[in-house]
Ligand binder design. Structure first.
Ligand code: FES
Ligand code: FES
Length: 188
């Protein structure tokens, strides 16, 4: 048995220790937002957080993360979140309509979230450096970069004006794209 905490919920898993974490999260726990891309640690589609740090879960054996805290895209905001309940990164992604096919985007959001947690005001070079391991075959890189700057601005504004953040005013100008379901950004 291996214990693991995923999105704040502790699990005791009867799974072989060499099973990749991505398989466990998707097939055992049923959280399908994290995607399988290359299976070799090269594309970032499977990115989750291990104790807040982004990791490639397609090559991470379950035994290596036993007893630790994993956050998936589903753990960033509540299920069926209103736009105001999404994280600044998710809000910025919606506002700038970042996804195209969407396949890489949960990994992109997890990488961007980790970047902003460690560097709240990244430069273009910081963003390019931090995000270089997350591949987007649709070429959404310019929108990803813009959305990270947007999220950084929202986070800074919420620190300076917490009441506005609580009221959702920082998100008040956002018009959701017609085809966008907020669940797509949090639950893949
Ligand atoms: S699927 Fe894990 S890095 Fe590509
Ligand atoms: S949005 Fe299609 S692969 Fe990134």
């Amino acid at each position: 048995m291996i214990r693991l905490t995923v999105n704040g919920v502790e699990h005791t898993l009867d799974v072989e220790g060499d099973t990749p974490l991505l398989w466990v999260v998707r097939d055992v726990l049923g959280l399908k937002g994290s995607k399988f891309g290359c299976g070799a640690g090269l594309c970032g589609a499977c990115t989750m957080h291990l104790n807040g740090q982004p990791i490639r879960t397609c090559i991470m054996p379950l035994s290596a993360v036993a007893g630790q805290n994993i956050t998936t895209i589903e753990g960033l905001s509540p299920a069926n979140a209103t736009p105001q309940q999404l994280t600044p990164v998710q809000q910025a992604w919606l506002e700038l309509n970042v996804p195209q096919c969407g396949y890489c985007q949960s990994g992109q959001i997890m990488a961007a979230t980790a970047l902003l947690a460690s560097n709240p005001q990244p430069t273009d070079a910081d963003i390019d450096n931090a995000m270089s391991g997350n591949i987007c075959r649709c070429g959404t890189y310019p929108r990803i970069r813009s959305a990270i700057h947007k999220a950084a601005g929202m986070m800074s504004a919420s620190v300076n004006n917490p009441q506005a953040a609580r009221n959702g005013e920082l998100f008040s100008e956002v018009t959701l794209p017609q085809a966008t379901n907020t669940e797509e950004l949090s639950h893949g």
